[in-house]
Design a protein around this ligand. Structure first.
Ligand SMILES: [Zn+2]
Ligand SMILES: [Zn+2]
Length: 249
C-alpha cells in the first residue's frame, strides 16, 4: 500500500534537485522539487527558459515559484519565459530592483536582445520562507556581491547564488558590490550552516560549507583576520595563488 501519509516535514528522499548550465555566461539554474507533491521552485533562470521548463517536466514537477538569488543579467533573463510557461510567481530582494530594471539595457550592451524582466510578485528578505507544497526554503540576505543578494537554504542544501563559489567568491567590483560586506555575509550567515551542507552555486561546481571553511582562500583569510581560525584548521594560503575570479557579473 502506498504511503500517502502527509507530514509537515518533507522527507529528504522526496526532494530532487537538478541543475542546468544556461546562457553565454554559463550560469547554473536550479530546479528543486518535491516528487510527492510535484511542486517545485526554480532558482535563477538565467536563460534558456524552454530548456528549464523541459527539465522540470522530466523531473515530473511544476515550477510554482521562481526565486532569484540576485538580479544580474546572467541569472534573470529566463524569468519571463519560465513565468509565461508556468504562471510561477517571481521573487527577488527589493535591493536588487534597480538592477532588474536595467537588465534589458545591460543585455543590449552585450549585443543581446532581451525582453524586460517582469516585476517581482513578492520581495524576499532575511528569514522569508519560500514555500511550495512539501518544500520550504529559508532566505538568507547576503549582501556583498549585490545589495540584494540572497541565498536559499533547506535541509543541508544551500543555493548560494554568486555569494559563495567553490574556492572563490562573487566579484564585488560591480555597482552595489562591497567586499567586506560579502565576507561578513559569508562568515556570519553561511558558515553558521552545518558543515555537511551542500553548496549549489550560481557558477561552477558544487561544494560544501566544510570545504569552503577549510580551503576557500578568501574565507580562510577572513577567518584569520578575525582570529577565528580554529586550531587544527589547515593554514590556507590566501592571495597570490593565481586563483581567477569568475568572470560573471
Ligand atoms: Zn552570475
Ligand atoms: Zn552576479
Amino acid at each position: 500500500m502506498p504511503d500517502d501519509t502527509a507530514t509537515d516535514q518533507p522527507q529528504v528522499n522526496e526532494i530532487e534537485v537538478r541543475g542546468l548550465l544556461v546562457g553565454v555566461f554559463q550560469e547554473n539554474c536550479w530546479v528543486v522539487g518535491n516528487k510527492r507533491t510535484k511542486e517545485a521552485i526554480c532558482i535563477d533562470p538565467g536563460d534558456q527558459a524552454d530548456d528549464i521548463v523541459h527539465m522540470a517536466a522530466e523531473m515530473g514537477v511544476t515550477i510554482k515559484i521562481i526565486a532569484n538569488s540576485h538580479a544580474h543579467l546572467d541569472h534573470i533573463l529566463g524569468v519571463r519565459g519560465v513565468q509565461s510557461a508556468t504562471g510561477a510567481k517571481f521573487l527577488l530582494h527589493r535591493d536588487d530592483e534597480e538592477i532588474a530594471r536595467g537588465a534589458q539595457e545591460s543585455a543590449r550592451r552585450f549585443g543581446m536582445e532581451a525582453e524586460p524582466v517582469p516585476d517581482p510578485d513578492l520581495w524576499v528578505d532575511d528569514g522569508t520562507k519560500v514555500e511550495v507544497d512539501g518544500l520550504s526554503l529559508h532566505t538568507l540576505h547576503t549582501p556583498g556581491h549585490t545589495r540584494g543578494s540572497v541565498c536559499y537554504y533547506t535541509d543541508e542544501l544551500l543555493f548560494s547564488g554568486d555569494t559563495l563559489f567553490a574556492g572563490s567568491i562573487g566579484r564585488t567590483d560591480l555597482p552595489g558590490g562591497d567586499y567586506q560586506q560579502e565576507m561578513t555575509s559569508i562568515v556570519e550567515k553561511l558558515l553558521k550552516l552545518p558543515d555537511d551542507t551542500i553548496v549549489l552555486p550560481g557558477h561552477m561546481q558544487q561544494t560544501t560549507i566544510r570545504n569552503e571553511r577549510q580551503m576557500n582562500p578568501f574565507v580562510v583569510q577572513e577567518l584569520r583576520d578575525r582570529g577565528m581560525l580554529a586550531p587544527g584548521d589547515p593554514d590556507g594560503t590566501p592571495g597570490g595563488s593565481g586563483l581567477v575570479l569568475p568572470s560573471d557579473f
